[in-house]
Design a binder for this molecule. Sequence first.
Ligand code: F3S
Length: 395
Amino acid sequence: MRLSKTEEMMLEGRYGEACRRSLELIMAIAESYGCGELIKIKSAHVSGVSYKNIGDAGLEYIKDLAEGGAKVRVRTTMNPCGFDLDKPWLFGVDETFFEKQLEIIRSLETMGVQPSLTCTPYYSDNKPRRGDHIAWAESSAVIYANSVIGAYTNRESGPSALAAAITGRAALTKDHTDERGPSIEVEVLAKVSDYSDWGLLGFVVGKLAPDGAPLIMLKGKVRVAGDKLKCFSAGLGASSTTSIFWTAEQGLRELRDLKRVVVTDKDLREVRDGWALTRRPTVIFIGCPHCSLSEVKEVAERLKGRRIREDVTLLISTSRNVYRKASELGLLEVVERSGAHLVKDTCLVVSPMKLSRNDVVLTDSAKTAYYAETMTNATIALGDRRACLEEALEV
Ligand code: F3S
């Protein structure tokens, strides 16, 4: 493998043992993809932060790096953890979980990782520019960064994103070059409008093309808001291995011989029907991926002056950055007055919240529906955002 002078010095251990080990991991990944070089990165985003997901083995791995003096070399943010650090009681956290979760966050902070605790680092100060090479984990953020922002990142795992942060390097795969391009054309005949439709469309596209990089062809001239493409990215990442999608507006060179699939209303309806609401929900979750400020504004507008039912927990999840702005704008107060909870740092999927067979979780996110179904005994339902809020509110 061709290494720069600095990379050779890292490998000799001159930047410390933790950096040497991290470089070895990046080189092993590069070799497995058949790449002969590494690329310098400008930022990293680390997943695998919740103690629920990584357990003691993950905690020890991170602690070991921190105690070995590892420091990140680029701006690095972290994915959500198991609970809102200011409202742990909402998430059924016991003392052991609480302590171990804090240990993970402290160790990452010791290495210089910002405690952003969000899957939408691009809404805070880790927003790459078009053309930047970065090393991000968290599939929804990876797909958004590549497809919507125009950055270049592999679909990193938690450990590889952390190793990339420590070395400032990633494997120079096709995802970091302009050789990346669509491998399947998806004609969308289905009608999509709400956030939930976009998340579901992404999920269905991923199911139809689980290993492909889809080129999405929409009917007519449609301008889609970034927040909806964020939901699409999350759905797509949950059901496929892709790190990117394309749209016809991206000025692609002539493409020939792409396999073509069509998504119709029926395709979306079939998945929706599998997650139909059949009983009153006990938990309603909005904010996968974490809500932007304008989404929080829309939710607050609907909740303003109304109360949610006593027998339901309504969680709206966002990043710390957006939470702070929502608080300054009085939106937090509006949400709390309704009896709902605006939460940060976490989400339903990575929290240890105990859900029983008697619970019914209603969400507007196909990604949350998919994971909650596999990880809990609760009944799962998917609805659009308006229906989720109306279900929660007293009549
Ligand atoms: Fe984010 Fe949790 Fe969804 S990490 S993308 S809100 S599953």
